[in-house]
Design a protein around this ligand. Structure first.
Ligand SMILES: [Zn+2]
Ligand SMILES: [Zn+2]
Ligand SMILES: [Zn+2]
Length: 284
């Protein structure tokens, strides 16, 4: 069985924006700079953080399309940022500590996804005293220095303080994206080969993992031998293609839904009630 990620939310958003219906097919085969769209999406409204993956050099991408994340709302820092963009919020393009923390804590809704490489980012202020004046502005926001270290772009880590300042003053997002998009063009475009997809033999592997666990949840220890649909096999490192036994754990759907990045997993009341009853009967 093949499972694929549902990109319909993003597709719809792009269609609304007048983009091609299959933007990623195009993007995946793109060879010319202009083939890349000028994507601007609100995280968690148009697309979820879990749909953003980490690729070569820990670059953030959606379906092999490198993207950046930044917070447009500059609230009380807005005026200062308009005068001096270097005090503004930073632009992330790699799996830095900020992004990893956010994946766990989930404050993603403040972020915007963009692939606009001109280096100007829409910012505003959500000032509760002045609702009608959001002060839209295009700011030359700087890249996140942790992202620069994470990717190793231009040996950033090894630059002296004065070299870093010089490098940041001359920083170009076009250069950054030109450099990293090249790695993605070589990647397989089929989702089945990507890290976020289940392998074709996952059903058999999953069955073996459940048998090994005697159909018991590793967290709450409820036995689901007679309710196998409530039992899942979870990939600990989130890479659905990594079926190493040490990476697989058997969880009831309730404990599964509580794992990091699994906010999308929802239980209905029948399932919650059934699990509660079984745990009680089994004294778990
Ligand atoms: Zn960053
Ligand atoms: Zn459980
Ligand atoms: Zn899981």
């Amino acid at each position: 069985m093949k499972l694929t990620i549902n990109f319909s939310g993003l597709d719809q958003a792009l269609t609304k924006m007048g983009a091609q219906e299959r933007p990623f097919e195009l993007a995946a085969h793109a060879t010319k700079e202009q083939s890349w769209g000028e994507l601007d999406l609100e995280l968690n409204k148009d697309i979820q953080l879990k749909d953003i993956h980490t690729g070569p050099h820990k670059i953030l991408h959606i379906n092999n399309r490198p993207i950046m994340l930044y917070i447009p709302d500059h609230s009380f820092n807005f005026e200062q940022t308009v005068r001096n963009p270097s005090v503004g919020k930073k632009v992330h393009f790699a799996e830095c500590t900020t992004i990893t923390n956010m994946r766990y804590k989930g404050f993603g809704e403040r972020y915007t996804i963009t692939e606009k490489t001109k280096g100007l980012f829409n910012i505003y202020r959500s000032n509760r005293y002045n609702i009608n004046d959001k002060g839209d502005h295009q700011a030359k926001l700087m890249p996140c220095q942790n992202c620069l270290r994470t990717t190793g772009y231009h040996d950033f880590t090894y630059k002296s303080q004065s070299e870093k300042i010089k490098f940041l003053q001359a920083f170009s997002y076009v250069d950054l994206f030109t450099h990293y998009r090249a790695f993605f063009k070589k990647l397989p475009t089929k989702k089945t080969q990507a890290d976020y997809d289940y392998t074709n033999d996952f059903m058999q592997i999953s069955e073996a993992v459940k048998q090994r666990a005697r159909f018991t949840c590793a967290e709450c220890h409820v036995n689901l031998a007679n309710d196998k649909t409530l039992l899942h096999t979870h990939h600990i490192d989130r890479m659905k293609s990594n079926n190493a036994l040490s990476n697989l754990v058997c969880l009831c759907i309730e404990c599964h839904a509580k794992q990091p990045y699994h906010q999308h997993m929802k239980l209905n009341s029948n399932q919650t009630n059934r699990l509660a009853r079984l745990r009680m009967q089994q004294g778990r």
